[in-house]
Ligand binder design. Structure first.
Ligand code: FA5
Ligand code: MG
Length: 387
């Protein structure tokens, strides 16, 4: 038994989300099946998407009103479902294969071997379908171990949409169910993009998801690049069959709310969604879609490079997790800038870390201390040899 005094003091001890109380003291700190750091626990329950004056709340409300208007209120909305779900709900129920990378401890936060922080709102699809819902929207915070840059953050928000069709709906057309649903899906999402953005440059890209076939991603041109804003497709028959929807066809989508809000409000960095700096929060108000964010003076970034010989178990997500643990939101980007293998077969990586505060300028001492701490942690936790 681990004594509670041996553990570091939890940042949050009890949380209530969606009617479920989670006691963080129940989670044993050195449990090898738990890879959730305190910085992630502190984000649980914040529910930015439920704040009417926050860009994510404003966006969610605007999407709800698009669906209310176009489908006369038929879509049932959920924005309070608990982000702690079983691995079965997050993966098996949406047909994610047993060996899929997304299940790994490298990609997903596990509370224990059977329980995860949902990595997508698709975790709720099967249950809601089983409960007989045919039109629904689910909004919530989702969690992923991921890289560090201006469009990726380990906690972000998704909105899931699902619509189920009965045979009479497509039989009236000359199309088969899958074609009918795919066309309806694209029309619905293109309409949503126009509702939110007016004219915007967008394109469809074919992709793969275990739970849909065919599958698509929508990309929007933003800051000189194509930015992926959503994934979607026609629901696999197996999911419908298991939920008691035999003979039906459905579509589903998962929107990245931060990505859409970045385009909509011209928010340049995903970390800003988490700031309580009034220079950010005061720029947004309830129901106001049209405002463009005016950046307050941008402070200079500071770049620090580090090189090391990697071992077989090295992953970039593990490195990023350490950088986040040490530097928090002061870490703006972690980028591999050099990679080579010598004659002995040893591989060296050089990473460039950009440190920048969104709120103030950082001192040299502060950055040197951060970089020193990152190097120490990397050396002791990642089994690499610093150069
Ligand atoms: C999914 O999560 C699927 N569940 C979406 C889906 C639902 C497909 C239903 C089909 C049917 P994906 O991993 O691509 O897909 O993520 C969806 C969106 O979330 C992305 O398009 C992107 O907008 C956003 N996103 C993904 N990772 C991050 C991140 N680290 N930070 C911010 N946004 C992210
Ligand atoms: Mg994707």
């Amino acid at each position: 038994l681990s004594s509670s005094s041996a553990r570091s003091k939890p940042v949050v001890s009890a949380l209530e989300i969606g009617g479920v109380t989670i006691d963080k003291d129940d989670v044993v700190k050195d449990d090898p099946t738990n890879n959730v750091p305190d910085s992630i626990y502190t984000k649980l329950g914040l529910q930015l998407h439920k704040r009417d004056k926050h860009p994510l709340g404003i966006l969610k409300n605007a999407i709800h009103s698009y669906f209310d208007t176009n489908y006369s209120g038929k879509f049932v909305k959920f924005d309070d479902l608990c982000p702690i779900v079983s691995a079965k709900e997050n993966f098996d129920d949406v047909l994610v294969p047993a060996d899929h990378v997304s299940r790994s401890y490298n990609d997903t936060y596990y509370i224990d071997a059977q329980t995860v922080l949902r990595c997508h709102t698709s975790a709720h699809q099967a249950e809601l379908l089983r409960n007989g819902h045919t039109h629904f929207l689910v909004t919530g915070d989702v969690y992923r171990r991921d890289s560090i840059d201006s469009t990726h953050y380990p906690v972000f928000h998704q909105m899931e949409g699902v619509r189920v069709f009965s045979p009479d709906e497509w039989e009236a057309s000359s199309k088969d169910g899958t074609t009918y649903a795919a066309e309806d899906l694209k029309k619905c999402l293109e309409g949503l993009a126009r509702h939110l953005f007016g004219a915007v440059e967008m394109r469809w890209v074919d992709t793969y998801f275990p739970f849909t076939e065919p599958s698509f991603e929508l990309e929007i041109f933003f800051q000189e690049k194509w930015l992926e804003v959503l994934g979607c497709g026609v629901t696999e028959q197996e999911i419908l069959k298991r939920s008691g929807n035999v003979d039906k066809v459905a579509w589903a989508f998962g929107l990245g709310l931060e990505r859409l809000a970045m385009v909509l409000f011209e928010i340049p960095d995903i970390r800003l969604f988490w700031t309580s700096d009034e220079r950010f929060t005061s720029q947004f108000s309830k129901g106001q879609l049209g405002v463009k964010f005016k950046p307050f003076s941008k402070f200079p970034p500071c770049y620090k490079d580090m090189s090391f010989w990697i071992s077989d178990s090295f992953t970039e997500n593990n490195l990023c997790e350490i950088v986040r643990a040490v530097a928090g939101d002061l870490a703006e980007e972690v980028q591999l800038i050099d990679n080579f293998t010598n004659k002995k077969g040893m591989t060296s990586h050089c990473y460039r870390i950009a440190y920048r505060s969104m709120e103030r300028s950082l001192t040299d001492e502060e950055i040197n201390q951060l970089q020193f701490n990152v190097r120490e942690e990397v050396e002791s936790k990642l089994k690499v040899v610093l150069r």
